[in-house]
Design a binder for this molecule. Structure first.
Ligand code: RB5
Length: 145
């Protein structure tokens, strides 16, 4: 599985930590930047990861900003993306099982690296449950213009 990852300045440090962690789990990581903690605009980086996921260059995406909220809002503007802003491993599991989320967004400022690692590991290892959830996800995607 290939994982595309990016952040803004507020998530840069955590993005670097998560990148190494995900590689250590055995996944191939595409780092879409930034390369430093200089000030940037999170929608630019959300788009890079969203495009990787929609095009199939990556199977899943991870985005980090101060809260994870802006990244989720931006990524969800891209057709085909189901991005979930997650602050607990339990919600990471549910975002995969019930919502078939293909991008997880996390907070670099308000959630610890330890918790973010657990979130990302769960997100990457949990399958979509399908069944009664499949039709609901289809209805989500039918909302796209
Ligand atoms: C940057 O200051 C901050 O607004 C951004 O990282 C993110 O939290 C937005 O949702």
């Amino acid at each position: 599985m290939k994982v595309s990852i990016a952040s803004d300045h507020a998530g840069f440090e955590e993005k670097e930590l998560l990148k190494s962690y995900i590689e250590g789990l055995g996944y191939e990581v595409i780092d879409q930047g930034p390369d430093s903690d200089g000030r940037v605009d999170y929608p630019d980086f959300a788009k890079l990861v969203a495009d990787d996921v929609v095009s199939g260059v990556a199977d899943r995406g991870v985005l980090v900003c101060g809260t994870g909220i802006g990244m989720a809002i931006a990524a969800n503007k891209v057709d085909g993306i189901r991005a979930a802003n997650v602050t607990t491993p339990e919600f990471a599991a549910l975002a995969r099982e019930h919502n078939d989320a293909n991008i997880v967004t996390v907070s670099g400022r308000f959630v610890t690296d330890e918790v973010n690692r657990a979130i990302v590991k769960t997100f990457l290892e949990t399958e979509f449950a399908g069944g009664r959830h499949a039709g609901r996800v289809e209805k989500i995607m039918a909302l796209e213009p």
